[in-house]
Design a protein around this ligand. Structure first.
Ligand code: DX5
Ligand code: ZN
Length: 219
């Protein structure tokens, strides 16, 4: 069964506490926090100040997906503000190794992220240092886009590398266009954490959608 990470990008910001408590109670293991800088991606979302507000209301792991150019500038403040995991895009910095090292030095789980157009080979040199790989299943920047099936091949490739190398010990997360249909092939290919934004928070009953993702991967 896959772990579910609802993305608050699609939540009701006015009633954020209620939305977070709802998905927490429904059994979501991770809360996905999308940070967008208006430069690496066209949208601007929110920053590190949201973490101290969210931290006291849930025990879910806080997974911060930094869609930010040169993320090295803000890694420390996210770690100090309570992030449990920080994800940085390989496309966003010429110094991906340094960025991941900075995250690890803070005692926070380190994640490397790849866009749909980026091959797995681009992150092979850092796979031994990460706790999680995020395979973007849409182009980052917006919620509510369609899942790109061509990304499944990369999940399978990463799964194979993980199985064949004793020094690789990472989870594989997918993000974008996830629902109870699209999650199935990704889970079969080796993904074990699924981010879901609009599918969960766009629904009248978010708990039902979390259960639907879990049920679809209960095999
Ligand atoms: C996209 C973000 C996603 C987004 C997913 O740039 O990284 O986390 O919230 O939204 P859905 O699930 O609606 O595709
Ligand atoms: Zn995300």
């Amino acid at each position: 069964m896959i772990k579910v990470a609802p993305s608050i990008l699609s939540a009701d910001y006015v009633n954020l506490q209620k939305s977070i408590e709802e998905v927490d109670k429904a059994g979501a293991e991770v809360l996905h926090i999308d940070v967008m800088d208006g430069d690496f991606v066209p949208s601007i979302s929110y920053g590190p100040n949201w973490l101290p507000a969210i931290r006291p209301i849930t025990n879910m792991e806080l997974d911060c997906h930094l869609m930010v150019k040169n993320p090295e500038k803000i890694i420390d403040v996210f770690a100090d503000n309570g992030a449990d995991l920080i994800g940085v895009h390989v496309e966003a910095t010429p110094h991906i190794h340094r960025a991941l090292q900075m995250i690890k030095n803070k005692g926070v789980k380190a994640e490397v992220v790849i866009n749909p157009g980026t091959p797995v080979a681009a992150i092979e040199p850092v796979l031994s240092m990460v706790d999680q790989v995020l395979v973007m299943t849409v182009n980052p920047g917006f919620g509510g886009q369609k899942f790109l099936p061509e990304t499944i091949k990369k999940i399978a490739q990463l799964n194979k590398l993980r199985n064949e190398n004793a020094d690789f010990d990472f989870d594989i997360e997918i993000d974008g266009g996830v629902n109870d249909q699209t999650v199935v092939k990704a889970y079969e290919a080796g993904a074990n954490v699924a981010v879901a934004g609009s599918y969960v928070f766009g629904a009248d009953n978010p708990a039902e959608k979390i259960n639907a993702i879990k049920k679809a991967t209960d095999f």
